[in-house]
Design a protein around this ligand. Structure first.
Ligand code: ZN
Length: 356
């Protein structure tokens, strides 16, 4: 192993143990969820040693082989002392239209964790079926996108905020309505928020976005946006799909929100030169960050590799999962470089590069 370094050695060992590829990125070894891997987690694991991976021992089963054993102990020790990010969960399934339209809600509200919400607009209301994100800090809640229209998005969001305020015994919080980008299926609900109390709208042009977040040199400047209570969001300009597109990196959860720039679906590219620079900027930015999941704003692929639903489909049977990973961003960058300046449609297992 000489020459590959400690990280490399850890990776080789983890691979040999059958740990998931994202193991070192996302809260592995943090059994009690306090965001650090320490002696408390070690005690928890030892108390569960030899037992099946049922609650409360399930969090110690890092290699998902159904039992807490020496392999899990080794993984925990390899991650000992590392700080982790706040974890979260995804629903077993998202609403996916089609035969479910008579009964599924217009908006599915999912709490990824207590301070992070993911909303999905029903495909029955609009074929785009976009995802909307809410990130709560202590002073501000940042909303990414307002949906494709035809849904009561504002009353849903203010309802979530009221519940959050009650849970936190807090009087008020400022809602910041921002957008992944300015296309209609992400901004159509804006009018419902205009003029509402404790609500600030971010404009739609790249100039307006830059001015709101304090980005002096668009698109190369990457800035911090503080939601209060220690929750800091990095705002990364990534034009290419659309000129005012941004990505958000949430340090608290390790979530990277990539909008329509990267998601399991057709990645429409309107400006190839800008897009490839943006993907490089994103990859460079996350190189030294923990990335738990890469979350976009649509799903257009099925669970069959390389298979996308027809454009405009309002039924998505057997959908691809929402989360992508760092490896997909690298795969995308390699694909773009591989086109050697001659952009063309290229089908990958989990997304389709689609220059316009
Ligand atoms: Zn879109």
């Amino acid at each position: 192993m000489r020459g590959i370094g400690r990280i490399g050695a850890v990776a080789v060992l983890l691979a040999a143990l059958g740990a998931p590829a994202s193991a070192s990125e996302c809260s592995v070894g943090d059994l009690n969820g306090d965001n650090v891997v320490n002696v408390l987690d070690l005690i928890d694991l030892l108390l569960c040693f030899g037992l099946p991976a049922d609650p409360p021992c399930d969090t110690g089963d890092t290699n998902a082989d159904g039992v807490i054993n020496v392999l899990d102990l080794i993984t925990l020790l390899l991650n000992f002392g590392s700080t982790t990010v706040a974890g979260g969960t995804f629903p077993a399934t998202w609403i996916n239209g089609g035969p479910n339209c008579p009964t599924e809600p217009a908006i599915q509200v999912h709490a990824y964790n207590a301070d992070t919400y993911i909303l999905r607009q029903s495909l029955c209301t609009n074929f785009e079926g976009p995802f909307i994100y809410l990130l709560f800090g202590q002073d501000k809640v940042l909303m990414q996108d307002t949906g494709a229209g035809g849904i009561a998005i504002a009353s849903t969001v203010y309802g979530i905020i009221d519940t959050w305020l009650a849970d936190h015994q807090q009087e008020s919080i400022e809602l910041i309505v921002s957008h992944s980008h300015a296309h209609g299926d992400h901004v159509a609900g804006d009018s419902q928020f205009n003029g509402q109390p404790d609500t600030t709208m971010v404009g739609l042009s790249s100039t307006a976005v830059a001015s709101f977040f304090g980005i002096s040199a668009w698109p190369t400047d990457i800035v911090e946006y503080d939601l209060g209570g220690g929750r800091i969001i990095d705002v990364i300009p990534i034009p290419g799909h659309q000129s005012a597109h941004i990505a958000l990196y949430d340090r608290q959860t390790g979530l990277l929100l990539t909008g329509d720039t990267l998601y399991p679906g057709r990645l429409y590219i309107s400006n190839f030169t800008q897009y490839i620079q943006s993907i490089r900027r994103l990859n460079d930015f996350i190189a030294d960050k923990t990335v738990c999941h890469v979350l976009g704003t649509h799903i257009e692929m099925s669970n069959t590799p390389g298979d996308d639903y027809a454009f405009g489909a309002t039924s998505h049977p057997d959908e691809h999962p929402l989360p992508l990973e760092r490896s997909h961003l690298i795969e995308l960058y390699d694909a773009l470089l591989g086109m050697k300046g001659a952009p063309h449609i290229e089908v990958h297992d989990d997304f389709i590069v689609w220059p316009l």
